[in-house]
Design a protein around this ligand. Sequence first.
Ligand code: ADP
Ligand code: MG
Length: 312
Amino acid sequence: MRMVIALGGNAIKKPREKGTAAEQLRNVQETCQHIWELVRDNQVVITHGNGPQVGNILIQQEASEPYVPAMPLDICVAESQGLIGYMIQQSLRNVLQTHGVHKDVVTIISQVVVNKEDPAFKTPTKPIGPFFSQGRAEELKKEGISVMEDAGRGYRRVVPSPDPLRMVEAPVVASLLDLGIVVIAAGGGGIPVGEKAALRGIEAVIDKDLASELVAEAIEADYLIILTDVEQVALDYNKKTQQNLEILTDREAEKYLAQGHFAPGSMGPKILSAIRFLRGGGRKAIITSPGKVRDALQGEGGTHIIPHQSNQ
Ligand code: ADP
Ligand code: MG
């Protein structure tokens, strides 16, 4: 089977950690322990988030400005794909080798085309990178950079989060899968690029779950597996009436999404990705935690989202 496994933030950096190289590598290694059998038995693309990592890279740009020229956001995203891809590439290969499985693992620097006319460009919503003083925020505004007050914690840069349309490297990913190679792609949602006459990097970020779905459709994956820090999706999440979901159809998912059960920016895009995936021909989407993924594939736990007409 072909599958896309999307790794959430926790798989790489836990909320209370500083994010040292050793901490991140340990988390990645632990995640690889949970997924290596899936990788052995299937054609797998691994995607991942990059929020904390690209945030730190942006802090480095700001702090080193007098000495080294700051890089624009698209290049920072590319850097984060390299650093996280490297950790997964090495850890997964090591775990596979330990179990006598010889598979090549490779990271693809991924560009994702977005529409410059996407309404997201009119209202940047996604806060990224370091917090600034009001003074620095004013300077940045004069340079044409959008800055907003972030929940009383200081000023932060905000960028648009447009809908992904196409991953430029998707055909390469499909060819690598045919060769039995494990591919890490669409890191951090991919590097957003515009496509007028030529490809060109854009100051924006793409939701990693929506980008993962795009890859899953492009490679005609059977399963889209989204690993995050909850074992199951719930209705009335965090309320007394919380009800965890075992299985639901794309139609039910759409109804609950419209009713506001899934927070925008966290569970919302995962559910929307699952719906898009099934309507694009996918067989099943599973949302669960890394530790539960093996059980979930055996039908034990996790949240399974299936096509309305399916009777699986
Ligand atoms: P990731 O890095 O994996 O994308 P997110 O924080 O973006 O992680 O999304 C996972 C989070 O979504 C969970 O930790 C949970 O707090 C939140 N969440 C919001 N709505 C729901 C829901 N209905 N059911 C389960 N979790 C939900
Ligand atoms: Mg998320």
